[in-house]
Design a protein around this ligand. Structure first.
Ligand SMILES: Cc1ncc(COP(=O)(O)O)c(C=O)c1O
Length: 376
């Protein structure tokens, strides 16, 4: 059975060239980058070249990139560093954030006796930025943590405006950019952002590697104590193969960005046209139909014509279609999504998230529509 994978917001397949590069590094880059002999220096050279490539693609300085294990670690690091080293006493975030931010904010705020304030959102998932402005006006030491692209509904937040509001009110700004790094032209060094997080497996790199961007003006100490790796911010021997692969994946994503974006947008629009003709009652949760205000990869749908039972995703999987219903990181689980509940606590229709990638085809879109029609 040909399998259709429309769950690219949960994770993307490894790019062929990235896999080949990883295999090459497995043989050639076994030295410890902290060793002074030639094998160590070779590994160190790959590490620093990877950092440079990533910084170049994101228009920031190599010293602003700290490698880590991915989005969850980066989010935890940014939040805990702001509380411990920047002495913030309040975290302003939103109920639409990934659990990597929501749970981290709650845990770390408890540990530092800080408060967590949730911004209001409307039924489309738009943030109330007037409320943010009012909150920030008191000039309390604050970290604002608001994501760029929402992994469940696709909404894009205006990080330029949020960052400007933060700068104008002396607040720090962390943005979870896990869904947009490698998919959008992000000039981190020019945006008013203090911390940003990324994860390689969202842009066709390996899992378990990512980075935390920390603006050069932000003065923080180690978030993992140990050796002097990563300029002392994160102790532990660097995972050279993963890091090298991430840099290759990012470089290739940006090289082919315009063409891949156009291809994916076309698939998304064909898919939505097909859905509307099969299921006239189907509707979009969030801003998935907007070209400017949504991730082009994601469309989150409710299809009242389909039975909302816990077997829906399982049945689709059996027929060869992989999608997600709940949060990206608990794909296949039947837990009610906290994001959909924040848009509308009364929401009862089935929630299906389709997320497309560069490897998907129009034929797959057609086949997925046939599978869905079959279930109706
Ligand atoms: C928006 C967002 N933030 C954070 C994460 C967590 O990233 P990682 O899997 O690298 O820990 C994810 C993963 O689904 C995500 O979509």
């Amino acid at each position: 059975m040909d399998y259709i994978y429309f769950d690219n917001a949960a994770s993307t397949p490894l790019r062929k060239e990235v896999k080949e590069y990883m295999l090459e590094l497995m043989d050639s880059a076994y030295g410890n980058p902290s060793s002074t002999h030639s094998q160590g220096r070779k590994a160190k050279a790959i590490l620093e070249a990877s950092r440079k490539t990533i910084a170049k693609n994101l228009h920031c300085l190599p010293a602003e990139i700290t490698f880590c294990s991915g989005g969850t670690e980066g989010d935890n690091a940014a939040i805990s560093l702001a509380l411990r080293d920047l002495k913030v006493v309040r975290i302003i975030t939103s109920p639409l954030e990934h659990h990597a931010v929501l749970h981290a904010a709650e845990t770390w705020a408890n540990a530092f006796d800080a408060e967590v304030v949730m911004l209001e959102v409307n039924q489309k998932g738009e943030l109330n930025l007037e409320q943010l402005e009012i909150l920030l006006a008191d000039q309390k030491p604050t970290l604002v943590s608001l994501m760029h692209g929402n992994n469940e509904i696709g909404n894009l937040n205006d990080i330029q405006r949020i960052g400007e509001l933060c700068r104008a009110n002396n607040a720090w700004f962390h943005s979870d950019t896990v869904q947009t790094v490698g998919h959008f032209d992000l000039k981190l060094g020019e945006l008013p952002i203090d911390f940003a997080t990324a994860s390689a497996h969202k842009f066709h790199g390996p899992k378990g590697v990512g980075f935390l961007y920390i603006d050069r003006r932000v003065k923080v100490n180690a978030f993992i104590s140990g050796g002097a790796q990563e300029r002392g911010f994160r102790g532990g021997t660097e995972s050279i193969i993963q890091i090298g692969a991430m840099s290759k994946a990012l470089e290739l994503s940006y090289k082919d960005l315009a063409q891949e974006r156009a291809h994916i947008l076309k698939l998304k629009s064909l898919f939505w046209e097909g859905i509307k003709s099969i299921f006239p009652k189907a509707y979009v949760n969030g801003l998935g139909l907007s070209a400017d205000e949504s991730l082009y990869t994601v469309i989150n749908l409710s299809i009242p014509e389909l039975e909302n039972d816990s077997m829906l995703l399982f049945n689709l999987d059996l027929r060869g279609l992989a999608i997600s219903g709940g949060s990206a990181c608990s794909s296949g689980s039947v837990q009610k999504s906290h994001v959909i509940a924040a848009l509308n606590p009364e929401h009862t229709d089935p929630v299906l998230r389709f997320s497309f990638g560069k490897d998907n085809t129009e034929a797959e879109v057609q086949k997925a529509l046939d599978i869905l029609k079959d279930l109706a």
